[in-house]
Ligand binder design. Structure first.
Ligand SMILES: [Zn+2]
Length: 398
């Protein structure tokens, strides 16, 4: 907070020299068909990488197998805006303190834009609000769901969570283990949220770093995930909606057991193919890249392939847990098992909505069996038009 302008200049010079190294490499196109303009260079510690004039890419460490999140800082002249924050914890706070020391140049973080509710994205929004008086901008469903999860965190796993897993075919012998788990992980990764927020929604226009940005909502990974499409330059802040290398978790959760999140996910990704130009994509994990269309197609195709193999596998009646071999290559345990179960249900619910599987319930466990013929093109086309899933054309909000 006490840094001088000269210090800020020095930090900026350091950052710019990093960028020029990347520029000399000219970027690389990797096997996935995406162009990485900074090759394998990533920001570390209090360092940042400029990705456009006045926009800086920084990284916060995460205490999970996914060990980092990207945050993007926008120079607003006398303050900073930031998209996403990192999760609450000593390492995240130390990373912010390093940024403050090495880069922020004494200017406060006045505004936090949260793409969605997950702890790695808004875990430190409340901390930044306390430290700098930052405001929090989010969509309403993300803010409200975050508040609900934060307040609903309990040590004991609620009964409906246990029932949800048993009905999905988790063996009863694991019930004591399920009951022994905690249900307050969200609360542990998120600082108490600011009690007020600024709402954005699909089509909202906001100013960030001297540019106009259009809010483009994505659904499926979280209820109302905000991406930001720049109207003045080819830039796209994709959050967890479009990531290079990894696919985001798309899960049915116990709190909404009849949901069809994969339909929302595919419809959202398909609509993003309408984003004009060939923007530089600023994702929440992995590296900044170009090739949005290529990545969107790859993400949709990977789910369509899974749907196809699941449909084949359900030629015999299967519980959701019994569908794992058709969807996942490795053996799963702990949190990975829980997320895989949510994903398996997401794929089954989409097939069910397309009348490609039927469900039977024997009073204890749900089972699914394939029917009809699987046609990949038809599945994508129909998904986009399902009631409650269809999104308005991007042309209507640009
Ligand atoms: Zn997320």
């Amino acid at each position: 907070m006490s840094k001088t302008k000269a210090d800020a200049g020095k930090s900026e010079a350091k950052a710019l020299s990093q960028a020029s190294v990347a520029d000399h490499r000219g970027g690389v196109v990797e096997d996935d068909g995406l162009l990485y303009p900074h090759a394998d260079l990533v920001p570390e510690g209090g360092n940042v990488i400029p990705v456009a004039e006045g926009i800086y890419w920084a990284r916060m460490p995460l205490p999970w197998s996914l060990d980092h999140i990207n945050v993007y800082l926008f120079d607003e002249g006398d303050s900073w805006s930031v998209v996403d924050t990192g999760s609450m914890g000593k390492r995240g706070i130390a990373a912010w303190e390093a940024l403050e020391e090495d880069f922020l140049g004494g200017k406060p973080v006045a505004r936090v834009i949260g793409t969605h509710l997950h702890p790695d994205h808004i875990g430190l929004a409340g901390w930044l609000a306390e430290r700098y008086g930052a405001t929090l901008t989010m969509t309403a469903l993300e803010y409200m769901t975050a508040a609900h999860l934060w307040m609903g965190g309990t040590k004991e796993v609620p009964e409906h969570e246990i029932e949800f897993m048993l009905k999905s075919g988790v063996d009863k012998q694991f019930e004591p283990m399920m009951r022994g788990a905690r249900f307050d992980n969200y609360r542990r990764g998120v600082h108490q949220l600011p009690s007020q927020f600024v709402r954005i929604e699909d089509g909202s226009e906001i100013l960030l770093g001297g540019r106009r940005w259009r809010v483009v909502i994505g659904r499926g990974h979280s209820p109302e995930h905000a991406c930001l499409s720049c109207l003045d330059e080819p830039l796209f802040i994709s959050g967890d909606q479009v990531l290079p290398n990894i696919t985001s978790n798309v899960s049915v959760h116990a709190r909404e057991p009849h949901s069809n999140p994969l339909a929302h996910w595919i419809a959202s990704l398909e609509r993003m193919k309408e984003i004009p130009g060939d923007p530089l994509v600023l994702p929440s994990h992995g590296r900044v890249f170009k090739g949005l269309d290529t990545r969107l197609s790859a993400l949709v195709n990977s789910h369509v392939n899974k749907l196809k193999s699941l449909h084949d596998w359900c030629s015999e009646e299967r519980t959701p847990v019994e569908t794992f071999p058709s969807l996942f290559r490795r053996k799963l345990s702990g949190m990975d098992f829980y997320m895989a179960l949510g994903e398996a249900l997401a794929h089954l619910h989409l097939l069910e909505a397309m009348s490609l599987v039927t469900r039977s319930f024997d009073g204890d466990v749900n089972r699914f069996m394939a029917c009809g013929a699987f046609d990949a093109v038809e599945v994508v086309a129909q998904t986009k038009t399902l009631p409650g899933v269809a999104l308005r054309d991007l042309g209507d909000i640009y």
